[in-house]
Design a protein around this ligand. Structure first.
Ligand code: P6P
Length: 369
């Protein structure tokens, strides 16, 4: 209607989900959990955007830690732990108060196995129909420098084996969630940056909702978001290049010299917050990669279950592709442990098809110059 302020004529997340589940009745059991995630993301956005202020006021208190999750390990301190914990609590409460959602924090044995590593507080939540994995604040080590961070989530069909959680059923829950990304029925992320953008797919198209500060509602801004077929940006941590495999190095060398299929030189963009790098790749095209680094991180630095698989699921439904180190579909890869990491490559379909020729060449004994 004329005269409406832009916000009033916009479709909010709740109105969108109401209409979507009406048109797709098979998805109606997702409405509850997605609304709860949206509510939590609004609160986390508020917390993250005040981090700089809060940090400067509370700098002296002793809950700061050396950042190991996206922070620069040079002895500088970030209040990463506090934001991580706050975001986890906000997400837990939103899911709990949404209705029948229960959850468990996997204080599983593998956390003890890697005591030296900061294990993000991944959440596993479930209700009558859904089993969700949530990373409350990916890239939290960057938050005190006001660099973008994000929440990541993936939702599976609840496996029959998951019964009411009590001490002897934690194992059944942790086992039930170890599924390949192609078994997801919804996934998405919320980017906390110059704008707060919630991107969601319910197993078909991808939709982006931007938080309108005037009405404190997520409003539809990216309807059926589709990744460009080709980009001219690659995104990876070049500090690991000495440990990379030949296939990736050959592919990258051609991009840098303008000798790839487009005969165009590509630029490097790397934020070090996966949600930010993936969102840019989705909108502008190109390739995001965390290859195996045989010297320091042979499995890369990204957990499959609650980081690269949900983001690969979004990428796939936006028309993009995601692969593992051998060029196979990343969504077919089943994690064996909650915090298992995996090398990953994802982005524009034409860029990924070009990369796949390199990743599979060694397997076929072909040597691409
Ligand atoms: P590296 C943040 O700590 C994170 O989990 C992702 O958000 C990010 O893409 C990656 O790690 C950065 O890892 O080894 O490049 O610092």
């Amino acid at each position: 209607r004329s005269g409406d302020s832009p916000s009033q004529s916009r479709i909010t997340l709740s109105r969108f989900l109401q209409a979507y589940v009406k048109d797709h009745p098979e998805t109606q059991d997702l409405e509850n959990i997605l609304l709860a995630v949206g509510l939590a993301c609004k609160t986390i956005s508020n917390l993250v955007n005040r981090a700089g202020l809060v940090y400067s006021i509370q700098h002296s208190n002793n809950d700061d830690v050396t950042a190991a999750d996206g922070g620069i390990n040079d002895g500088r301190y970030y209040s990463m732990k506090r934001l991580d914990k706050l975001s986890t609590t906000v997400l837990k409460n939103a899911l709990k108060f949404s209705g029948t959602v229960q959850m468990i924090l996997p204080e599983a044995k593998e956390v003890q196995e890697q005591p030296d590593q900061h294990q993000p507080g991944v959440l596993i939540a479930y209700d009558e129909h859904n089993l969700a994995c949530l990373d409350p604040l990916d890239g939290s080590g960057n938050a005190d420098a006001s660099i973008c961070t994000g929440t990541v989530f993936g939702v599976f069909e609840k496996a029959d084996s998951v019964v009411e959680v009590d001490e002897d059923n934690v194992e059944s829950l942790l086992k039930a969630v170890l599924q390949p990304g192609n078994k997801m029925k919804a996934a998405g992320y919320c980017l906390y940056s110059s704008a707060t953008v919630l991107v969601v797919t319910i197993g078909s198209s991808v939709y982006g909702f931007t938080l309108d500060p005037q009405i404190q509602e997520f409003v539809l801004t990216h309807d059926k978001l589709t990744i460009p077929d080709r980009g001219n940006v690659y995104s990876c941590n070049e500090a690991n290049s000495e440990g990379w495999g030949d296939s990736w190095k050959k592919y990258l060398k051609n991009l840098k010299l303008g000798l790839g299929e487009t005969q165009q030189r590509y630029a490097l963009r790397y934020v070090g917050s996966m949600v930010g790098d993936i969102h840019r790749t989705l909108l502008y095209g190109g390739v995001f990669a965390y290859p195996s680094d045989r010297l320091h991180k042979p499995q890369g630095n990204l957990q499959l279950l609650y980081k690269s698989a949900p983001l690969a699921f979004v990428m796939h439904h936006a028309g993009g592709k995601a692969m593992d180190e051998s060029g196979d579909n990343l969504l077919d890869k089943c994690p064996e442990r909650i915090h298992q990491k995996s090398p990953c490559f994802m982005g524009s379909p034409d860029d990924m098809d070009e990369l796949k020729k390199y990743l599979t060449a060694l397997k076929k004994g072909r040597n691409l110059v």
